[in-house]
Structures are given as C-alpha cells and as structure tokens.
Design a protein around this ligand. Structure first.
Ligand SMILES: CC(C)(COP(=O)(O)OP(=O)(O)OC[C@H]1O[C@@H](n2cnc3c(N)ncnc32)[C@H](O)[C@@H]1OP(=O)(O)O)[C@@H](O)C(=O)NCCC(=O)NCCS
Length: 185
C-alpha cells in the first residue's frame, strides 16, 4: 500500500505507525493538552485502539478517515496531528481537528496543520463543506479557524458531556468555493 502523506512548509503529515504509540500516549495524558478536548483516550489500551483504528481506516475504499500524525520534517519528531473525517463519500462534507504537544504551541504549527487539511479536503477530495467544533474557551483553536477564513455558524449549548461537565462548542464551517486556492482557479 502506498504511504499517504501531506507536506507543509515545516511538517510531514503522515499515517500513524505503531511506533508512535509511546509518544502519543504521553502527550494525550497531559491535563494541559486535554483541557478542551472531548476525547476518551485516557488509558494505554484506548490509545492502542485509536492507533489500530487509524491504520484500519487507511485500507478502506473509499478512504473516509484521515487521522494523521504531524512530524517535523527536519528531525522526524512526532509533535501532534490532525484529522479529516467523512461520514460517507456521498455526503460531501467532513469534520476536521488538530492538536500539538504543549511545547510546540503558539509557533504557527496548528495553523499549518489545519490549512493543509482544508487544502487537501477541498482540492483533492473535492469536499463541498468542512466543519470544525471547538470549545469557546479554547481561543487558540478558534483563532486558527478564523485565520483560515472559516465562518462561525453558531454556538452549540451544552451539546457534549465530558465526565460530569456539559460543554458548549462553537461550530465553524467553510464551503469549497470559499477556499482561496479554489476561488482563484
Ligand atoms: C489549539 C491548538 C491546536 C493551537 O495550536 P497552535 O499551534 O498553538 O496555534 P497557532 O500557533 O497556529 O496560533 C493560531 C492563532 O491563535 C493564537 N493562539 C494560540 N494559542 C492561543 C491561546 N492559548 N490564547 C490566545 N491565542 C492563542 C495565536 O497567537 C495565533 O494567532 P495570531 O496569528 O493572530 O497571533 C493547541 O493549543 C493545542 O494543540 N491544544 C490542545 C489540543 C486542542 O485543544 N486542539 C483543538 C481541538 S478543537
């Protein structure tokens, strides 16, 4: 099977490998990293299942899920990741997300990952619409979406429960014809 990857100026976004499990488990366990996430990846077993699921998704035809590791091009270090997930090929829409180890925050990497995923989704997968959800308190996350021109379409009140806390989310979206490199062509 061909290896899937997306190159950005500083990063290589590639499929997860089993060897990533150790590093990934370390940073997903960090409370600072998890603060606004709704993931249930608290145990080593759940991380193993996540990595196995991402590897299974690679072989699906059509491929609907792109859960990608973000590594530094210079050193190969795993510093985070991002995803682009479709429910079906017919629907024409997808959900995206991104995450980084805390020591790599505020250096533009989150924007670089999200931009690459939107570009891949709109230009290669020809998606009609890409959406993202984020906790309103997660300023860095919605700043990324706004910098890339995504539209805040609403506030979803208490739509997700994490442990005992009901949380709000902003819904952001963009349509294919709004993506700059599609608009220009
Ligand atoms: C959210 C997250 C991905 C941001 O990534 P990042 O690489 O730090 O973001 P960038 O460096 O590309 O910054 C994008 C913008 O947000 C701003 N920003 C980033 N973090 C911020 C924060 N905590 N508070 C305020 N602004 C912030 C940056 O200054 C930048 O704006 P600017 O270009 O106008 O200066 C990162 O904090 C993270 O991985 N958090 C944990 C996982 C997570 O919550 N993921 C999002 C799920 S919805």
């Amino acid at each position: 099977m061909d290896k899937f990857s997306i190159e950005t100026p500083r990063l290589l976004l590639r499929d997860y490998e089993t060897a990533d499990t150790e590093t990934f488990s370390q940073y997903v366990a960090d409370p600072q990293f998890r603060r606004y996430l709704t993931w249930n990846l608290s145990s080593r077993e759940s991380v193993d299942r996540f990595i196995a699921k991402t590897r299974q998704a690679r072989t699906a035809s059509p491929r609907l899920a792109y859960d990608l590791a973000a590594t530094l091009k210079e050193t190969g270090e795993l510093i985070g990741g991002g995803d682009l997930i479709r429910n079906s090929e017919q629907d024409g829409d997808a959900w995206t997300g991104y995450y980084l180890k805390p020591e790599f925050w505020r250096q533009g990497y989150g924007t670089e990952i999200a931009q690459a995923l939107l570009d891949f989704g709109f230009r290669e997968l020809k998606l009609h619409r890409i959406c993202a959800l984020c906790d309103p308190r997660n300023v860095g996350s919605w700043r990324i979406l706004e910098k890339l021109g995504m539209r805040r379409e609403g506030l979803m009140k208490e739509h997700v429960r994490v442990q005992e806390e009901w949380r709000d989310s902003y819904l952001y979206a963009m349509l294919q014809h709004e993506w700059p490199s599609v608009k220009r062509s």
